[in-house]
Ligand binder design. Structure first.
Ligand SMILES: Cc1ncc(COP(=O)(O)O)c(C=O)c1O
Length: 376
């Protein structure tokens, strides 16, 4: 397999830099750039999914990603020169100009662009770049072996984890390299208090008995778009409410299922933590069901979730952006009370199951397993 040349050497690719589309091999950033020295930038990672039937690349939840980017920039005192819809248009145009007709990754980056020495956030010039790149799996989705990291997650008063700040990724890099060098696939990071926080670039979910659990944002997680997507899918498709609560390290050892979520990781089940099997040591039913549903949703194969998929080439693309945020349901639903239909999109893949008549959809049979403690 030939390794593609780095983006900076590609005359055939286009990037967006400070207001203009430029050939990738002509986009220049100085070696003295503030963000390069000090990590003073904010970014996003967004996926585009190729849909064969629609012959389009669906950008998944760009509005939520770009809204989060605006929040990250506010925290970091970076002026982002484009609105959420402008950013979405730039992303679409980049995919079009680069002729990508495959799964891809979109990386916008807002950063302190001055070529100066001196650590601060204010009084500096803000620059903005965006590029796209073909992308497959980021981590294995067939069962990860994880280790609890000796590196603790950055605290809100150190480098705020709720902002996607480039410099904060040194924290993730320490944890990831330690995990890989110790023979694991991925790291699970604890807060300075010793509670479970998240993976190096993923949020974490546990299934313990009938409960689906995930740490709240106050546990120094990046509030993931995939995390929120999976919470909605679990509720609407499986009738499972997600409980956000503090999670102890040893709950990782007694969980029936664990899985990681992220734009890169998608939904990656964990089968082992610190050399202990998770549940039966294989992918569990909740992770497996959610993984399948998530895959269909992001590829634009589910009619009920097409608001999340913004087409790149489609002629209605410009008006495909939803105008109001989708509210997260707050009240827990009893098992079996899901109202969502796992209906598939009418784009040639499957026929919709229900929904047009306004009737509540029959939930999928929620999967449950015997808690580890009661298993023989
Ligand atoms: C530290 C960290 N946590 C969680 C996530 C998952 O966030 P999202 O689902 O929005 O990609 C990411 C990925 O961007 C991340 O870098």
């Amino acid at each position: 397999m030939t390794v593609p040349a780095p983006l900076s050497q590609r005359s055939d690719m286009v990037v967006f830099l400070n207001g203009a589309f430029v050939p990738a091999d002509q986009a220049r950033v100085g070696v003295m750039t503030h963000a390069l020295s000090y990590g003073t930038g904010c970014f996003e990672g967004i996926r585009g999914y190729w849909n064969d039937a629609a012959e389009d690349v669906y950008i998944f939840r760009p509005r939520e990603h770009f809204e989060r980017m605006h929040r990250s920039c506010r925290i970091t005192s970076i002026a982002l020169p484009h609105s959420v819809s402008e950013l979405t248009e730039i992303a679409r145009e980049l995919i079009q100009r680069n002729g990508l007709r495959e799964n891809c990754y979109i990386r916008p980056f807002a950063y302190k662009g001055d070529e100066v020495i001196g650590v601060k956030l204010h009084g500096l010039e803000d620059h903005f770049a965006m590029y796209v790149w073909p992308m497959g799996d980021y981590v294995s989705t067939t069962g990860l072996r994880c280790g609890v990291s000796s590196w603790r997650r950055v605290d809100d008063n150190m480098i705020p984890a709720r902002a996607k700040i480039s410099g904060a990724y040194v924290n993730s890099a320490f944890a990831k390299s330690e995990a890989l060098r110790n023979g694991y696939d991925e790291a699970i990071m604890l807060t300075s208090e010793g509670h479970v926080s998240e993976g190096s670039a993923e949020n974490i979910f546990l299934v313990i008995g009938n409960e689906l659990l995930t740490p709240p944002p106050s546990e120094n997680i990046l509030p993931g778009i995939t995390r929120e997507t999976v919470m909605q899918l679990a509720l609407r498709e499986l009738g499972r409410n997600t409980r956000e609560r503090i999670i102890d390290r040893t709950e990782l050892y007694i969980a029936d299922e664990i899985f990681l979520t992220g734009t890169g990781a998608q939904l990656a089940p964990v089968v082992e933590v610190d050399h202990r099997p998770v549940g039966l040591g294989v992918i569990g039913p909740v992770a497996s069901a959610l993984q399948r549903i998530y895959g269909d949703v992001v590829h634009g194969r589910c009619a009920d979730y097409m608001d999340w998929c913004v087409p790149t080439y489609g002629k209605n693309a410009a008006i495909a952006m939803p105008t109001a945020p989708l509210a997260m349901p707050t009240a827990p639903l009893a098992t079996g009370a899901a109202t969502g239909a796992y209906a598939t999109a009418a784009n040639g893949a499957h026929a919709p199951k229900a929904g047009a008549n306004g009737k509540a959809h029959k939930p999928r049979t929620p999967t449950s397993r015997t808690p580890a403690a009661t298993r023989k």
